[in-house]
Design a binder for this molecule. Structure first.
Ligand code: CMP
Length: 147
């Protein structure tokens, strides 16, 4: 069992496809164990994407992530990190495989509908960036998951 951070970005929120994206995660076997809608401040977006601060697109990325509300979620499941990345598709929606979230709802590499952690270390850091431990409700021990 793993947990990973997922963000439904401002472009997807404004297209009213939050439900469709969450349904895709659930249909693929990932469970939502924490979730909230927030409007990132510039400082928060800069902090979250600090690893990209030297990249030419950093300013554009930060402005985009602050352009409207986002949904931040913790997804849980077997191999949740790689499964989430498979379900999202390539970072560039134009290169993303058919039926992936980015192919279906993304526009271009900047407006690509969703973010997902890329490794166990990143997942831990990114989850802690948005959620306190008590805001996460793991469901791996629930009987319902075995029905
Ligand atoms: P994400 O998975 O959120 O991680 C970093 C983001 O930077 C990535 O998705 C893209 O949306 C964005 N990004 C990567 N490359 C570029 C680029 N060349 N121009 C604009 N944004 C980019």
């Amino acid at each position: 069992m793993e947990q990973t951070l997922s963000i439904i970005k401002p472009d997807a929120v404004s297209k009213d496809v939050i439900g469709k994206i969450i349904t895709k995660f659930e249909d693929e076997g990932l469970k939502i164990v924490a979730s909230k809608m927030i409007h990132l401040s510039t400082a928060e977006a800069q902090g979250f994407y600090a690893v990209h601060k030297e990249r030419l697109f950093f300013g554009e990325l930060v402005d985009f992530m602050c352009s409207g509300p986002v949904i931040v979620m913790v997804l849980e499941g077997e191999n949740a990190i790689s499964e989430n990345r498979r379900i999202m598709g390539d970072t560039d929606p134009k290169k993303a495989a058919a039926n992936t979230i980015r192919a279906d709802y993304g526009t271009d590499i900047g407006s690509n509908a969703v973010h997902g952690s890329d490794s166990p270390d990143t997942a831990k850091t990114e989850i802690a960036f948005f959620f306190k431990r008590e805001e996460i409700c793991p469901r791996k021990d629930q009987a319902s998951s075995q029905i």
